[in-house]
Design a protein. Structure first.
Length: 98
């Protein structure tokens, strides 16, 4: 996750999802700072299609790996607020290995 390329980060998140090991969730932390567009979350034919960011995909994966430990609703097509992302960062800071 410590790479500058968003595509590589997104692939890393997919790889971590495939592995499914919650002990690796702490490794997701750098992706929470990546606000570049990651994947389309609306119809691409809309006048202004909307994209989730790498950090949004990271929140979803942390929630999935760690059994949704957050005070806010998590969803595949959600763009998270700065406060929600900060909550995930704080949670990851409590995990072993941080």
């Amino acid at each position: 996750m410590d790479v500058a390329d968003s595509e590589v980060r997104l692939q890393g998140l997919d790889d971590l999802r495939f592995i499914g090991d919650a002990t690796l969730a702490v490794r997701i932390r750098p992706a929470l700072d990546d606000t570049r567009q990651a994947h389309l979350i609306t119809d691409k034919n809309q006048p202004e299609p909307e994209y989730a960011r790498v950090c949004d995909a990271a929140v979803n994966l942390v929630s999935e790996l760690c059994a949704e430990p957050f005070d806010f609703e998590v969803g595949e097509f959600k763009i998270y607020s700065d406060e929600e992302i900060e909550q995930v960062k704080s949670f990851l800071g409590t995990l072993k290995g941080e």
